[in-house]
Design a protein around this ligand. Structure first.
Ligand code: KMH
Ligand code: ZN
Length: 271
């Protein structure tokens, strides 16, 4: 089994300081959180930018500052979000890809997202993918529901996507697929040949699905974007605390944790 790639989803677009006082918001805070997570075992950070008032932004300059702040402190893989926040335009969401980060997310379809709709028109998805290919950015394909994985198969067959593909199963969003072991097992069984995958369990699903992924040979995403708690009723003290726990569980299960360069090799990123 490959070493475990741990992704820390540090900030997200929706979580607030009221919900989680340790949420990193400014580029400096995000840089520091990335360093702590890297030291705790993360080889990748998934980042969203925020304005100074905490509201979500896809401003390229803020992403540039985040990438510089992370890079100044550690060698972790930086994956930018093209999901942004619900209601942003596709052009807005695409902006950070032009900074040529190592990776970016690419949502493979639309989904109800709590009380909103997270829109991903196929034509916009194709534009996002093309921009990633032009800038040498590896997409992580975000799967919120089973039909999105079927879409990836169709795009692969058409030659729009080229392997090896890397997926993130985001499970437990109200409107998307359940944060259950059965949902994860189903998706894993539908993966294209040679694909790698990670799981981002939402809320209370973060720990059990992460642990299951360790056993099944997948990879794990943890962090405040998906879950602000350490356990029921107890907020996590930092993103790094969540990373350290999943790294500890993986080692206990005899699965070593990948360094950033080992993760780059596993994902076929430029070294
Ligand atoms: N904030 C969500 C609407 C991504 O980063 O690519 C979308 C999201 C996915 O977070
Ligand atoms: Zn995200």
């Amino acid at each position: 089994m490959d070493k475990l790639i741990i992704t820390a989803a540090l900030t997200g677009a929706e979580v607030t300081r009221e919900q989680q006082a340790a949420l990193p918001i400014t580029p400096e805070e995000i840089g520091r959180a990335a360093e702590e997570c890297c030291q705790a075992g993360a080889s990748m950070v998934h980042v969203h930018a925020r304005n100074a008032d905490g509201s979500p932004t896809q401003d390229k300059e803020v992403y540039r500052q985040i990438m510089a702040a992370v890079r100044a402190r550690c060698d972790v893989i930086v994956q930018v979000s093209t999901g942004g926040a619900v209601g942003m335009t596709p052009a807005e969401r695409l902006a950070p890809v032009t900074l040529a980060p190592e990776m970016a997310t690419l949502s493979m379809g639309s989904v109800n997202f709590g009380g909103d709709v997270f829109m991903n028109h196929p034509a916009d998805m194709a534009v996002f993918l093309q921009a990633m290919q032009e800038h040498g950015v590896k997409p992580e394909l975000e799967i919120f529901d089973a039909g999105m994985l079927t879409t990836a198969h169709r795009w692969l067959k058409k030659g729009l996507l080229t392997g090896p593909l890397h997926f993130d199963f985001v499970l437990g969003i109200p409107g998307g697929m359940a944060g259950s072991p059965e949902a994860l097992m189903y998706l894993k069984a539908q993966l294209p040949e040679g694909a790698s995958w990670t799981v981002a369990g939402i809320g209370a699903a973060q720990l059990p699905l992460g642990t299951l992924a360790i056993v099944l040979g997948g990879h794990v995403r943890v962090g405040f974007e998906d879950n602000v708690y350490y356990r029921k009723g107890e907020l996590a003290s930092s993103n790094a605390q969540l990373v350290a726990r999943i790294a500890r569980i993986s080692r206990e299960l005899d699965r070593p944790v990948a360094s950033p360069d080992e993760a780059r090799a596993l994902l076929g990123l430029r070294q």
